[in-house]
Each structure stands twice: as C-alpha cells, then as structure tokens.
Design a protein around this ligand. Structure first.
Ligand SMILES: *[C@@H]1O[C@H](CO)[C@@H](O)[C@H](O)[C@H]1NC(C)=O
Length: 312
C-alpha cells in the first residue's frame, strides 16, 4: 500500500462530515488493526547474535538459525513454525527467544507482535479453565488476524495446564485456515525445563568420554528421542502430556546443554559489555568460580547456568 500523502488526508477531511462518527470509527479501526511494527527478518543479525552473544549452545543456535530462516524465506509455509526449547535454568532459552524477536521485528521483544505468556502467571487456571481456554484462543486468533507474523512465547511450560495447550493445537497444525484465519505465518515457542536430565546426561557422557562437546548432535545417543520421551513421560511437564507430541506439530525439539565454567565466564564478560562496563577478565572469572556446579564429584556444569553470573 502506498503511504498516505497530504492529498489523501485532505480528501479524508473533506469527506468526513458525510460519514459522521461511524466514518471516523472505521478509520480508527483501520489504523488499530494494522501491525504497529515492521517485520523484517535479519538473517545476518540473527547469525551474528547467536554466534557472539550465546555461549555453549552450538546445537540450539544451529537449529534455531536454520529453522527460522527457512521459515521466514518461505512465502507460503504449510504450517506455523513451532519450536520447543528444553534445558536447565540459565542455559539461554529466554535469551535466544529474545534474540529471535530482535531479528524479526524492529521493536524486538517489545513489539506488539511478540506475546510472552508465563506458565502460571498469565493463566491461573485454578479459577476457570474453560474461560482461560476461550481467552487464549481469542488472543491468538485476534492477533494473528491483525498481524500474521505474530510470535507467541509460552514460558515455564512445566507450570501450564495441558488442557490449555491442547486447546490451541489446531492453530499449530497444517490447516489452510480456521474460520477464515490462517496461522501459517505465526511462530510459536515453548520453553521449559522438561527434558533437562536427558540432555545433561548426554552432555556428561560426552565429557566423561573426553569427546568434544561441540560434536554433540541431535542424533547423538538418540538425544532428540530421549528428550521427547522424558518430556512425554513426565506427567508434570505441562504441554507434553497433551496431544501435541502425537500430532507432530512441534517442528523441532531444541536442546540447551548445561554450561561449563568457561561459558559462565563468557556470560559474565558479555554482561559487562552489555552494561557498558569495561570487560574485566578477573572479575568474570571470579563470578564464574562462585557459582555452584554439578555433579557433586566432577563439578563440571553450572547449576544455574549463566543466571546469577552477572557481576554485582
Ligand atoms: C493480543 O494478545 C494480547 C496478549 O498478549 C491481548 O491482550 C490482546 O487482547 C490480543 N489482541 C487481540 C486483537 O485479540
């Protein structure tokens, strides 16, 4: 659509008295419905940030870069992009979600097209699950019909009622449209701790065998299957007990590996840089040394990942 010119505005002013209040309402709605933000996928930006600002997650970074760029370059994707992030706390799941948003929308994570739902905070289903379901469906529908490239992030999946997640399944699947709304350009991210013990075990096995961590693949020791099994069998893991897995609506299970001392140190340095402080190696090292590590004997992986590694 061509940008509005003064002539257009003049014309609107000229004819406005004819339509009266209804006319202005229509104009107002027209502007409200438009996406407030520019969707412009920045492949180079995404690639660079995943390389420079994410530490120890070669697997997640590669899967995300590939999945998002293939999806964004597809003019006619058969279904929305659905990614599920798994791993312990502080391993960078939310961090990567924000990086995706930053490279999709000019206003990044603060774009009105990014919707961040937190497990039990947004949907305290104790009160009325049916009302929550209807609300969530309406939100997704309303936002996608206004802006097809909307992004929905479900954080702390482990605390979310599976019934609630089940209720949005149709919007994640291969449908041309549902009641006239197409969800095929939307992105859904699920974030949770489920699957972390399988991921940690595989990473520890690699470490014990003296193998290079960066060589861990989705197929290593059946990693992807182990995650989905753990996630599926865990009755507490929110969505996973739902029918999402059976229906294959999740495009990728993305594992976040437990972080080692060297990664925590890099996080601390990056944090200083982000705060515009001069990066000090010694302080970063000390911050990393003060973190707790597991397993108890070997003490290889940071219990809280990079969380809390920020220098005071
Ligand atoms: C879009 O989602 C937000 C929640 O993130 C909700 O408050 C809003 O009402 C939704 N918009 C529409 C048009 O449904």
């Amino acid at each position: 659509m061509k940008p509005f010119t003064y002539t257009t505005i003049y014309l609107i002013l000229l004819i406005s008295p004819i339509g009266g209040i209804d006319f202005w309402k229509t104009i107002l709605n027209f502007f409200r419905k438009r996406c407030d933000d520019r969707t412009s996928f920045n492949y180079k930006g995404l690639d660079a940030e995943l390389k420079n600002k994410v530490f120890g997650q070669h697997l997640a970074s590669a899967v995300v870069l590939r999945a998002v760029s293939v999806f964004m370059h597809d003019k006619n994707p058969p279904k929305p992009l659905v990614l599920s992030f798994h791993g312990g706390s502080g391993t960078g799941k939310n961090h990567i979600a924000k990086i995706i948003a930053q490279n999709l929308f000019s206003k990044g994570e603060h774009s009105k097209q990014v919707h961040w739902f937190i497990g039990d905070y947004h949907f305290n289903t104790g009160t009325n699950i049916e009302a929550c379901k209807v609300q969530l469906q309406q939100w997704i529908r309303g936002n996608v019909s206004a802006c097809p490239h909307s992004m929905f992030i479900f954080d702390e999946m482990d605390k979310m009622n599976p019934e609630l997640i089940d209720s949005i399944r149709p919007s994640l699947d291969h449908y041309d449209n549902i009641d006239g709304v197409s969800y095929r350009h939307a992105i859904f991210l699920f974030i949770g701790n489920a699957g972390a013990s399988a991921i940690n075990q595989v990473t520890l096995n690699f470490w014990k065998e003296g193998e290079i961590r960066e060589e861990i693949q989705l197929s290593s020791q059946d990693l992807e299957n182990e995650i989905s099994k753990e996630v599926f069998n865990n009755k507490k893991s929110g969505l996973w007990h739902s029918s999402l897995i059976n229906k294959n609506v999740v495009d990728f299970f993305v594992p976040f590996l437990p972080l080692e001392f060297r990664h925590v140190r890099l996080c601390a340095l990056e944090e200083m840089r982000a705060l515009a402080l001069p990066p000090k190696q010694k302080i970063a090292e000390q911050a990393a040394r003060e973190m707790p590590y597991f397993p108890r004997e070997e003490r290889v992986f940071s219990v809280k990942g990079c969380k809390g590694s920020e220098p005071e």
